[in-house]
Design a protein around this ligand. Structure first.
Ligand code: UGC
Ligand code: NI
Length: 162
């Protein structure tokens, strides 16, 4: 029993703007560095780490398959969270607007190969959801005291479809 289906859409900066930043090398670099041998796509994420600091972690997550049962959303009130894939595979990103402290209608995005995301502080999201092995990601998020995780169970769940 599902509440409804959510159809995946391609991840674009415009559609994802209310929820976070898209990290990719679209278009021309902001600057060429290293004697012209490297394009720098400069300062592309709006990161926050309230009462804490930035941490860099590696996640090795189990790949899921579509259709995907979305039964949990969470958010981090004290910090942003960036997921940078360490393989050129698309992954699933699920987010939802906040409606008076609970998540509204979720949206589902499929990344293009090589795209990463930075979730803005407090954005409702599904947990990291790779669709292919190795499920390896670099993650930049808040390291600090106190709780930084609010979870919301979706019962009945949504079904995310391609
Ligand atoms: N809990 C944790 O470190 N990861 C989650 O926040 C997630 O969004 O995957
Ligand atoms: Ni998270």
């Amino acid at each position: 029993m599902f509440r409804s289906d959510i159809r995946c859409q391609p991840l674009t900066a415009e559609a994802f703007g209310p929820f976070g930043d898209v990290l990719d090398c679209a278009g021309a670099p902001d600057k060429m560095i290293n004697q012209g041998m490297c394009g720098r796509f400069h300062d592309r994420a709006s990161m926050e780490f309230t009462d804490g600091r930035a941490g860099l972690s590696l996640f090795k997550a189990t790949p899921r398959t579509l259709p995907y049962t979305l039964n949990l959303l969470e958010r981090h009130p004290k910090g942003s969270q960036a997921f940078i894939p360490m393989s050129e595979h698309p992954f699933l990103v699920t987010v939802a607007p906040d409606e008076d402290g609970t998540p509204g209608q979720p949206l589902a995005f499929l990344t293009a190969p090589g795209q990463g995301i930075n979730l803005h502080r407090g954005t409702w999201h599904g947990v990291l959801t790779p669709l292919h092995l190795p499920g390896l990601f670099a993650v930049v998020d808040r390291i600090g005291p106190g709780a930084n995780l609010q979870e919301f169970s979706l019962d009945p769940p949504y079904r995310v479809v391609s």
